[in-house]
Design a protein around this ligand. Structure first.
Ligand code: BES
Ligand code: ZN
Length: 854
């Protein structure tokens, strides 16, 4: 798709911006002076503007005594620009563009928008912004490209009783007529348009200070102040950590974090004014789960990392978006690990990011990390697992290869060199090369410029081992079609479990023969799961590892990697599924949280595939048996002082065991639920997810109604999400239909609808229903989630739960005749995945039926 970029010869330097929102009428008006330099004389200025009405255009430069009045602007809706023409040519040099404009505060959570909430039964409004990637142009005409950095002087005209927040500290408040006040903010650092923010509402806040004296404030709507403390404490520590780690001070005196009731993403790193969805910032000691608390910490660490990586140094163009998101997604773990060392967060990385990226990047319809994008729809589309999680994973691989110390030094040098400016991927590699003296650029080349990743096939030879690399495809159909001959530079680390010896080398060639390893010793390749690749072991070698899984001599992250790759090998046709289940049985005594997350995910995938087949009952029994030991070990008794990972483990295990049909677990869940329903005794926060879900899976109208009512009256967002997920777990079609209708009702925020839909998708009893419902309501979805938001794809991606040919055809047919702006790639990925599921099922179902479950 072609989309014009702005001309290079116009350079904005400073925006003087006054904005006056009307929260009641849901509109705003504004005025701006853009100080700019024309590098040549022009008769027309083109800049971005979307859904704005520009009412006055003037241009002023030192050679003129009065401003030159512009003609009526020409609106170009397709390119989201306006062209401003003038009666005379504008001379080369400095000038001032003066504009007045009007716009609407929309309800789409993009640009300048309105969020709504109730306080003491009164409806209240917030006006707030979400500009990334390309929506600053919806709030004020601007040169809306990341490399067009400028200084922003913001003034917000707001009703007297409200609070205004922007990127910097307020410098003055002047009373104005009509009950308004003008809040003026200090000049911003030189920054990109997508990082500008204004937020106006009735807020309360709490504040703290970092060691160096930066003030950190957390803003919430009335009555939620007590839920802000965890975020404040965490942010203060994170800021201290990054200042030291990067060796660069946070450049502003204040960092604000604001919880917004309606918010399309998790959070947004606006410089000095970071916005969050409530569930990503607020922690209620009584009612929040350990997992939500962890999520909050990770999100804060992510957004604050952007204050350096993204805000101080910004990608030149969206093609390098991964520099922002991949880095923040890696460094958030570093910060959280530093602050909460007992959370074992790096092991969780192996699932949350590495595992997720390996899954998506195994499709032919993936994309390279660095990808050409132009149109806003294309830009919106790459905020995906490739930019985030693959980005984070290859950075982790590199960091481990060049060493943590070199890594930190390289980063720091890069940030200093490009501060208040823009950079490309190459600049970062150069910085690492300089400190490490290693050929970073060469090593990283294929990882960022090519889609996909290698699988290492281990071949036993009389003289030792051979390691072969080829691109991995989760679908044998895609593999058969592919001509891909990419060779990656793969840092390979291994651990010999007999000797404890670790070795490392770089595999650059198609294959490598080594006599160092013999074919009998138990060898874990990709030790520590630090590389972005999978390993395909011969079954003899895999068997040699069984003992070390069972006795847990292998570290948790390696136990995780082995089972994850085994499932992937089954999916891709390299390993019979029975053998994976055989391997799964070795994990009966497993105690590590993240290993269980991985195991459970693998078993859930099979659950989805085997649902409704003759072996399904036996499969569920098999799974139940697997969880028995750990269920008994953990029990239901919550100890307030117990380890964080133990709380996480308990909810995971009880939920899984119950879902696979373990009766005593279901009964206990029902008991706790009844106590809540009948005697108003709430379930302990960490057990709520388990209890609600299991009760719903086995429940009926009464429970459904109760959950709906709770959802409506609940005030804590996190709790609403839990209730919403449970609403998707019922088995009765009429109840699931009610859930879906409810998801589109005014009781569910537009941001949360997809969560309820997804819960129904993940429920084998609900897939067909939610698909039909999605198709029926497509028009409404398109209207609610307009193009270039990645929100629409959240309704498409779960279609990959499908696993029959008929379903594949239905999906294809639907998207032939229906638009999916900003989600084209998601549709391709879903189809590839469904066909892969079909192939998997056809390949292995017979053996499972006749041999494993006979
Ligand atoms: N910069 C993003 C927010 C964003 C995402 C803007 C997509 C525009 C399009 C922010 O830093 C981010 O990545 N937020 C994540 C949470 C994070 C912890 C992974 C999000 O919102 O999901
Ligand atoms: Zn981010």
């Amino acid at each position: 798709m072609k989309h014009t970029r702005l001309p290079k010869y116009i350079k904005p330097e400073r925006y003087q911006l006054t904005i006056k929102p009307d929260l009641e009428k849901s509109v705003f008006e504004g005025e701006e002076v853009i100080y700019l330099t024309l590098e040549k004389s022009v008769s027309e200025i083109i800049l971005h503007s979307k859904e704005l009405k520009v009412s006055s255009v003037g241009f002023f430069h030192p050679l003129l005594t009065s401003p030159l009045k512009g003609e009526e602007p020409e609106y170009n809706i397709k390119t989201e620009t306006i062209s401003l023409s003038f009666p005379k040519k504008l001379p080369k040099g400095k000038g001032e563009l003066r504009l007045k404009f009007k716009g609407i505060l929309n309800n789409k959570m993009r640009g300048f928008y309105r969020s709504q909430y109730k306080h003491k039964n009164e409806i209240k409004h917030i006006a707030t912004t979400q500009f990334e990637a390309t929506d600053a142009r919806q709030a004020f005409p601007c040169f809306d490209e990341p490399a067009k950095k400028a200084i922003f002087d913001v003034t917000l005209m707001i009703p007297k009783n409200l609070t205004a927040i922007s990127n910097t500290v307020e410098t003055s408040i002047l009373e104005h007529q009509g009950g308004y006040k003008a809040v003026k903010f200090a000049p911003s650092p030189k920054m990109s348009t997508y990082l500008v923010a204004f937020i106006v509402g009735d807020f309360e806040f709490i504040e703290g200070k970092t060691k160096r004296g930066v003030v950190v404030r957390v803003f919430v709507t009335q009555g939620k102040k007590h839920q802000a403390k965890f975020a404040l404490d965490t942010a203060v520590k994170v800021l201290d950590f990054y200042e030291k780690y990067f060796g660069i001070n946070y450049p502003l005196p204040i960092l604000d974090m604001i919880a917004i009731p309606d918010f399309s993403h998790g959070a947004m790193e606006n410089w000095g004014a970071v916005t969050y969805r409530e569930s990503a910032l607020l922690v209620d000691e009584q009612n929040s789960s350990a997992s939500n608390k962890q999520w909050v910490a990770l999100v804060i660490a992510h957004e604050l990392a952007h204050q350096w990586f993204g805000n101080l140094v910004t990608m030149e163009w969206w093609t390098d978006l991964w520099l922002n998101e991949g880095f923040a997604s890696y460094i958030e773990y570093l910060a959280v690990d530093h602050i909460f060392p007992k959370w074992d967060i790096w092991t969780q990385f192996a699932y949350n990011d590495l595992g997720v990226a390996l899954k998506l990047d195994a499709l032919n319809s993936t994309h390279p990390i660095e990808v050409k994008v132009n149109h806003p729809d294309e830009i919106g589309e790459i905020f995906d697992e490739i930019s985030y999680s693959k980005g984070a994973s290859i950075i982790r691989m590199l960091a481990e290869y060049i060493g943590q110390d070199n890594f930190r030094k390289g980063l720091s040098a890069y940030l200093k060199k490009h501060a208040f400016a823009n950079a490309e991927t190459l600049n970062l590699w150069q910085a690492f090369e300089k400190v490490s003296k290693l050929p970073v650029r060469k090593i990283m080349q294929a990882w960022t410029s090519k889609g996909g990743y290698p699988v290492i096939k281990v071949v036993q030879k009389p003289t030792g081992l051979e390691l072969h690399q080829t691109r991995f495809f989760s679908s044998p159909i895609s593999k058969a079609k592919s001509q891909d001959k990419t060779l990656w530079s793969i840092p390979i680390g291994s651990l010999n479990l007999d000797t404890g010896k670790k070795s490392k080398f770089l595999l650059n060639e198609k294959y490598y023969h080594t006599t160092e390893y013999d074919s009998i010793s138990p060898l874990k390749i990709n030790a520590g799961e630090s590389g972005f690749y999978r390993v395909d072991y011969p079954s003899q070698m895999l068997q040699a590892l069984h003992k070390f899984i069972k006795n847990k001599q292998l570290p948790p992250i390696d136990r995780l990697g082995i089972i994850r790759d085994a499932f992937a090998m089954a999916e891709s046709g390299n390993l019979p599924t029975e053998q994976v289940l055989n391997l799964v049985s070795r994990y009966k005594n497993e105690t590590d949280y993240t290993v269980w997350v991985e195991l459970t995910a693998g078993l859930q995938t099979l659950n989805n595939l085997l649902f409704g087949t003759p072996v399904y009952g036996r499969y569920k029994n098999f799974c139940q048996t697997l969880y028995i030991n750990i269920v008994n070990k953990l029990g239901w008794q919550v100890n307030l002082a117990e380890a964080h990972t133990k709380s996480l483990l308990r909810s995971l295990i009880l939920h899984s065991a119950g879902s696979f049909g373990h009766k005593p677990t279901i009964t206990e869940a029902q008991k706790l639920f009844t106590r809540w329903m009948k005697s108003n005794q709430p379930v302990p926060a960490n057990l709520r997810g388990v209890v609600y879900n299991l009760v719903a899976e086995n429940g009926d109208t009464k429970e459904h109604k109760f959950l709906i009512n709770k959802y409506i009256s609940e005030n804590l967002h996190e709790e609403k999400n839990r209730l919403g997920r449970a609403l998707g777990q019922f088995r009765q079609q009429n109840l699931l239909k009610k859930t879906l209708k409810f998801a589109l009702s005014p009781h569910v925020r537009i941001q949360d609808t997809a969560g309820l839909f997804n819960a129904v998708w993940a429920n084998p009893f609900g897939k067909q229903l939610v698909f039909a419902f999605t198709k029926q309501n497509w028009k409404i979805l398109l209207e609610r989630y307009p193009s270039s938001g990645h929100m629409l794809s959240r309704f498409i991606k779960p279609m990959s739960y499908f696993s029959t040919k008929h379903q594949a055809i239905e999906v294809k047919k639907f998207f032939k005749t229906h638009r999916a702006p900003g989600a084209k790639r998601a549709v391709e990925q879903v189809l590839e995945k469904i066909y892969s599921n079909i192939a998997w099922y056809n390949r292995d179902i017979k053996n499972l039926q006749n041999e494993f479950f006979n």
